[in-house]
Design a protein around this ligand. Structure first.
Ligand code: UD1
Length: 440
């Protein structure tokens, strides 16, 4: 994994892929579990943590708060016996939206938190109003001063107070913030219209293993009975459903049969349904894999590609089609026969990859939050610029299918969220190479 904005990825397309790829732990789950670890005044060990720039940044935030971290391979030991009530460092928070999620655990454990407004991918405004309103509903006073969110317990209160919170939108991050804050609050908290993503269930399982009392995660109503203290555990992060989805698209776009190990197929239900509609078959196979969330056994997925045909896609909160797979499917549909309409409803500025895909000979028009795709038989390699994390994956996928050479710039986005993407693709037979300019 490199963190080098000057590097480019050169891809020579039209190779057939074959073989098996190991799916890493979920970035979005690992990030929130790292934040959640500070709920426990002791050591938590997270396993199956991907080696990514975003994970490194979250580690830097925790260390700045006085937490001790040890990393070996895919295991991170987080010792939050001591945490300082200092401000989370702006230069890291501004690069990683998920780092804002420390606000809930900090506030509920220390009674005070100061976290700068977050950054992350340039895919929309991404406010934090729902997080803030949730914490206020639990009795916190929250103000924003000079770009920093200050959250405090009011008066001489020792703990947050459980409350009833209806989210105007089932925000993943806000559900996570409130869930974590509520684990140590006094009394019961109910989150209505909660996000139902697998990462929320993973967080609830993690908190429950530490001794929290969370029920209903994975449905739209989550109930949390606050407890006095949480204790140390070891925990396996769930597999990354977006990385798995990206590799399924790699199989489909190159018309190659490949298998993916360490997958939880139910987490990919909307992605598998769309791949079936487009003309690919996905076979679920048993494997002697790992167990996640207490009792979920991982499986292997085999994609058997077929003649690709267009379909319509609308991104939605889980269990709808994930916005984090939209760019990859835009690339796939651009070479699928017929017309497709892709509607992005979760983020307002998440079709910027279209302009880059157009450089490769695709026929896509953007109208508002819709991409109207007319499938073409062939696309050709070109220099392209990644604009965000999943857009970078879409360009790599398009490069695998294109005639000739594609050069992907802006790899700092890719490195945020895909562990060893190049070596994993190379292991499947793709021809690609990272070029690092001399002197950098
Ligand atoms: C998480 C994921 C991200 C994924 C997204 C939607 C992490 C680290 N990131 O991001 O990969 O694309 O879920 O599945 O887990 N919103 C508000 N106010 C708020 C919070 C959110 O208006 O307080 C809006 C956002 O601007 C966006 C929508 O709600 O339009 C969804 O955002 P949210 O579900 O919160 O996404 P994140 O948690 O940031």
């Amino acid at each position: 994994m490199l963190e080098d904005s000057q590097a480019v990825l050169e891809i020579w397309g039209r190779s057939s892929l074959s073989g098996n790829v190991q799916i890493s732990g979920a970035k979005n789950s690992a990030l929130v579990l790292m934040a959640g670890s500070i709920l426990c005044p002791g050591k938590c060990t997270l396993r199956n943590v991907p080696n990514l720039v975003d994970i490194k940044r979250m580690g830097q935030i925790l260390e700045a708060l006085g937490v001790k971290l040890k990393r070996q391979d895919d295991v991170i030991e987080i010792d939050a016996t001591k945490i300082n009530p200092t401000e989370a460092p702006y230069d890291v928070v501004s690069q990683l939206r998920a780092s804002f999620f420390v606000i809930g655990p900090l506030l509920t454990r220390l009674g005070t938190a100061r976290v700068p407004l977050p950054g992350g991918c340039a895919i929309g405004a991404r406010p934090v109003d729902l997080h803030v309103r949730g914490l206020q509903a639990m009795g916190a006073s929250v103000s924003i001063e000079d770009g920093v969110v200050h959250a405090n317990l009011v008066g001489n209160k020792q703990r947050l107070q459980g409350g009833k919170i209806y989210l105007d939108y089932p925000s993943v991050g806000a559900t996570e913030t409130i869930l974590m804050a509520a684990t140590l609050a006094k009394g019961e908290t109910k989150i209505e219209n909660a996000a139902q993503e697998p990462e929320i269930v993973d967080l609830a399982n993690f908190c429950n293993q530490m001794g929290a009392k969370v029920t209903g995660a994975g449905t739209n109503t989550i109930t949390i009975q606050g407890v006095q203290e949480l204790s140390s555990i070891e925990y396996n992060v769930i597999p990354d459903r977006i990385e798995a989805g990206t590799f399924l698209v790699a199989g489909a776009i190159t018309k190659s049969e490949i298998t993916l190990s360490s997958v939880i197929p139910e987490h990919l239900a909307p992605v598998i349904a769309k791949l079936n509609e487009i003309g690919c078959q996905i076979v679920i196979e048993d494997e002697a894999g790992k167990t996640f969330g207490g009792d979920i056994q991982s499986k292997r997925l085999r994609i058997v590609p077929g003649e690709l045909c267009g379909t319509d896609i609308e991104t939605l909160p889980y269990p709808g089609f994930p916005t984090d797979m939209q760019a990859q499917f835009t690339a796939l549909l651009s070479i699928s026969k017929g017309n497709s309409v892709i509607s992005e409803t979760v983020f307002e500025n998440r079709l910027r990859h279209v302009a880059e895909l157009q450089r490769m000979g695709t026929n896509i028009r953007v109208k508002g939050n819709h991409a109207i795709v007319q499938g073409v038989a062939m696309i050709s390699g070109a220099p392209v610029m990644a604009t965000d994390l999943r857009a970078s994956a879409a360009l790599v996928l398009a490069g695998l299918a294109a005639e000739g050479k594609t050069t992907v710039h802006g790899l700092q986005h890719l490195d945020r969220g895909y562990e060893d993407l190049e070596s994993k693709l190379r292991g499947l037979g793709a021809k690609l190479e990272r070029i690092i300019p001399e002197g950098t």
